[in-house]
Design a protein around this ligand. Structure first.
Ligand SMILES: *Cc1c(COP(=O)(O)O)cnc(C)c1O
Length: 227
């Protein structure tokens, strides 16, 4: 199926979830995660009207960026090793995976402009997941005020991989509540207005719980292999 057709279905689901919860669909951005697919397929997404592209590895990111460039807004969504920061920093618009001080230091050192970052939170507490424990988020964000090139635009999480809707919903809701509490602090360096949450199998719940950036791979561009 074409990206355009898939996008229409997804937009329909987003519209329904917004209708149900009294949200404005214009507040929900779709980041097309192109890590599984070719440059051609990523280009197809841009042609279909997708503005935001996301990659989770530095190599894949650079490959796609070289081919597509400034036509898209670029998101780095995966675990970011500090030594890879300098490779991507000049090209990336949003980093979704800020989860430790050493990474903040490296971003601050290498960036030549303010970097929009999401602080990644491990809400579910699964060992396999990256991100800060919810109780560590406040002190971490306070510490980030020392870095003039880091702006905390929001929080990011990945829900546990499960069919249990209640578990997923609880995870997203906890992230939203955390975001609201950070917002209340009115930190100049951390407006924290955004929520990066929701993937192919749980994005409808994420929209219902307040997501502003969905990270969609499989359901939007498929998972064709990169040659
Ligand atoms: C791969 C990936 C996604 C997209 O996953 P799908 O289930 O294919 O939509 C979203 N977020 C992160 C951090 C990812 O690594």
């Amino acid at each position: 199926m074409s990206v355009k057709q898939r996008l229409q279905t997804i937009q329909q689901h987003i519209a329904e979830a917004c209708e149900k919860t009294g949200r404005n669909a214009a507040d929900v951005q779709i980041v097309a995660v192109t890590k599984y697919v070719s440059i051609a397929r990523a280009n197809e997404a841009v042609k279909a009207g997708i503005v935001h592209l996301g990659e989770s590895r530095a190599d894949g990111f650079l490959q796609k960026y070289e081919a597509i460039g400034k036509e898209a807004t670029w998101h780095f969504i995966g675990t970011l090793q500090s030594r890879k920061v300098k490779q991507i920093i000049d090209y990336v618009d949003y980093i979704h995976s800020l989860d430790r001080l050493s990474l903040a230091e490296e971003i601050d050192k290498r960036a030549n402009r303010t970097m929009k970052c999401f602080v990644q939170v491990n809400v579910s507490g699964e060992m396999s997941k990256h991100g800060l424990a919810p109780e560590d988020v406040f002190s971490f964000i306070e510490t980030l005020s020392a870095f003039s090139r880091i702006e905390v635009v929001g929080l990011m999480t990945m829900a546990p991989y499960t069919d249990d809707e209640a578990t997923i919903r609880r995870c997203f809701r906890t992230l939203r509540e955390l975001k609201e509490r950070v917002q209340e602090k009115q930190y100049p360096h951390a407006p924290c207005t955004q929520l990066s949450m929701g993937m192919s199998n749980d994005y409808v719940i994420a929209v219902e719980e307040g997501a502003t950036f969905l990270r969609l791979g499989t359901c939007l561009v498929g998972e064709e292999e990169v040659e």
